[in-house]
Design a protein around this ligand. Structure first.
Ligand code: SF4
Length: 394
């Protein structure tokens, strides 16, 4: 599968470029009320350690807005303020953060939106325009009868055009729905009528497992169509998990490469070692490595080396003695009880040799066999047609 990423405009959120062919950025959202500065900062550091590149905090009240400078001073990744209902909180947040997210559907009359636009413009920061299936404007609900992908896309386009009319274009857009079909269709419709960078996500996706599956399906489909410039996986779980799942989705599509990718066989009647325990332990103990490496854990030597050819390094179980192999070649035999520690030592050495300074191959073009291309401007001229595209059949 080759992925041709849609060419979008590029904006900059703090130090992170979004759109225009930049690596798809992974972001997440903190859980504590921002007035718990210590708790919020600690969580941001935990998220950053597993790859979070942008962090959003909810700003539900004045106390939260007042805490933003203290949080900003203690973190290094860009900070985004998430504001609903009270536009005065967005005005205050804009003085501190790297981007403000608002939902035009719940911010009230247009003059309030205009004040927010002026505030972000004065600060030279972008705006995220986030429309949501749960807060569509009344005329659209009357037109479509209930929230639909078409209504969601039209809502986002209306907001974007209104903001453009105010002379502002420094924005990214999100169209959130918890229904995977609706969210995917809405993003698809919007992406074919606009070239603003897209923040993609399935909102309120669910618990760690359900939400990860929903997100992988929804975001995976969009990303495979070249749609999406930054993403957040929404889980009813620790945001650290959101970041991990987000990166796994990107890694699975070879859109990003970061850290150890543990390949484990499903096991069968030939299994000689505890693959499940070893694979889980490996993921934990190698989570500090940022160099992209494929590490394989295979239950037996029957097909072991052959099945592990795609891996940079791996182990295969045997009776009392397993083997360590690198890129499909046997390196040495190792007593079964030492397999884990030997493998971890070798992976750490490998990561060191490959130079952690160049830890991340984040640009698609840097990949030796890139499956990703960026569409030319000509192939995605948003101004060429404002007609509603037809949704792809599934
Ligand atoms: S590697 Fe061995 S144990 Fe694992 S699935 Fe293949 S044959 Fe079975």
């Amino acid at each position: 599968m080759r992925i041709t990423r849609k060419k979008t405009r590029q904006i900059q959120v703090g130090s992170v470029k979004i759109g225009g062919g930049a690596p798809i950025a992974v972001q997440s959202m903190t859980v504590p009320h921002p007035s718990d500065v210590q708790g919020t900062v600690e969580q941001i550091h935990q998220m950053e350690a597993v790859g979070c590149e942008l962090v959003r905090v909810a700003v539900p009240d004045q106390d939260a807005a007042a805490a933003l400078p203290k949080i900003k001073a203690r973190i290094s990744i860009p900070l985004i303020a998430d504001v609903h209902f009270d536009h005065r909180l967005a005005l205050k947040a804009a003085e501190v953060v790297d981007c403000v997210r608002i939902n035009p559907g719940n911010i009230g009359p247009w003059w309030r939106l205009a004040e927010v636009i002026k505030a972000v413009q004065d600060q030279g920061i972008p705006l995220r325009v986030g429309v949501n299936g749960g807060s569509l404007e009344r005329p659209l609900l009357e037109k479509y009868g209930y929230p639909t992908a078409e209504a969601l896309s039209e809502s986002a386009l209306n907001a974007v055009h209104a903001i453009e009319d105010m002379g502002f274009t420094n924005m990214k857009v999100s169209l959130k729905a918890s229904d995977v079909h609706m969210a995917v269709d809405a993003y698809w419709l919007f992406a074919h009528q606009s070239d603003y960078p897209l923040h993609i996500g399935i909102t309120e996706a669910g618990t760690a497992r359900t939400g990860a599956v929903k997100s992988a399906i929804g975001l995976g489909w969009l990303l495979s169509q070249g749609i999406g410039d930054t993403l957040r996986v929404s889980l009813a779980a620790d945001p650290v998990e959101e970041v991990k799942v987000g990166f796994e989705i990107l890694k699975s599509l070879e859109l990003r490469h970061r850290g150890v990718n543990v390949i484990a066989c499903p096991t069968c009647g030939r299994v000689e070692i505890d693959v499940v325990r070893l694979a889980n332990e490996l993921e934990k103990r190698l989570s500090h490595i940022k160099m992209p490496l494929n590490v394989s854990v295979l239950g037996c030597v029957v097909n072991g080396i052959g099945e592990g050819k795609e891996a940079d390094i791996g182990i295969a179980g045997g009776q009392g003695m397993g083997i360590l192999f690198k890129r499909g070649k046997l390196v040495k035999k190792v007593p079964s009880e030492e397999l884990m520690n030997v493998l971890i030592d070798e992976v750490e050495l490998m990561a060191l040799e490959q130079n952690d300074a160049h830890e991340e191959v984040s640009s698609p073009s840097a990949s030796p066999v890139s499956r990703v291309t960026i569409a030319s401007h000509d192939s995605h001229d948003a101004s060429a047609s404002r007609e509603l595209p037809v949704l792809p059949s599934r």
